[in-house]
Design a protein around this ligand. Structure first.
Ligand code: SAH
Length: 230
């Protein structure tokens, strides 16, 4: 678990001014409450993580709108409401989580929110430059409980399995078998999947040989692709 100091190790200005200030972040948290997010642990983490440092400076005035934003390479930083829902879903019914796998590091924003709440995050990204940038950002914010891997996340992270929870931040056509097999019994998996009408966010929990499934609503993610690229 981690608390972000006002100034991270690399001297990034975590506090921000004006449109990137704590007050702006608190207003976003209030909007998330209004939209039905109730887990105070998640709301606290979102109030702490400086989302403006996860997007290009030109977009920082929009960093606290509840929108997905471009992060380069045709990818997007997830919408705060979606990050809140996914994080709350894997924490539900638990005091915390120990080892959490994330597929699709992207900007590292969801990674940072998870890192504030669980013991250790294992994050996998297929686009090398995005992973490098996310690693540098999190290092700059003195977030130390994250391990990074440049790989096709469809394979999970076999040498570190089993995981106590997993989050996939790109839309899949089906649940990758390797991922499913790397979850501990009872461990939740949150994953957006393609549906007849678009995309649906699913909370799947391993139960014996099968899965319990809960639908968390419609979402909009970039696709989960095959293979890694540098
Ligand atoms: N949670 C991220 C969302 C990034 S968008 C954030 O808040 O910034 C989804 C990410 O998933 C993209 O960076 C994309 O490159 C990555 N991705 C897509 N398919 C993947 C795969 N098979 N393995 C690993 N990462 C993948």
């Amino acid at each position: 678990m981690n608390t972000l100091s006002a100034r991270g190790a690399a001297g990034l200005d975590v506090r921000g001014i004006g449109m990137t200030s704590q007050r702006t972040r608190d207003r976003m948290v209030q909007r998330l409450r209004d939209k039905g997010v109730t887990d105070e642990r998640v709301l606290d983490a979102i109030a702490t993580v400086p989302r403006h440092l996860f997007v290009d400076e030109a977009l920082s005035s929009r960093a606290y709108d509840d929108d997905a934003l471009p992060i380069g390479h045709g990818q997007t930083i997830s919408q705060p409401h979606t990050v809140a829902m996914m994080t709350a879903a894997i924490l539900e019914g638990a005091d915390g989580r120990d080892r959490v796998l994330e597929i699709g590091t992207g900007s590292g924003y969801q990674t940072a929110v998870l890192a504030a709440l669980v013991s250790q995050v294992y994050t996998v990204e297929r686009i090398g430059p995005l992973l490098d940038r996310a690693r540098k950002r999190l290092r700059g914010l003195a977030v130390r409980n994250v391990r990074f891997k440049h790989e096709d996340g469809n394979c999970g992270w076999p040498s570190e399995a089993p995981f106590d929870a997993a989050v996939v931040t790109a839309c899949a056509s089906h649940v990758p078998a390797a991922l499913a097999s790397q979850l501990a019994q009872g461990a939740p998996l949150v994953i957006p999947v393609r549906t007849a009408s678009g995309q649906g966010l699913r909370l799947l929990t391993r139960s014996g040989e099968g899965w319990r499934r809960r639908d968390l609503g419609e979402v909009s993610f970039v696709p989960l692709l095959q293979g890694a690229t540098s």
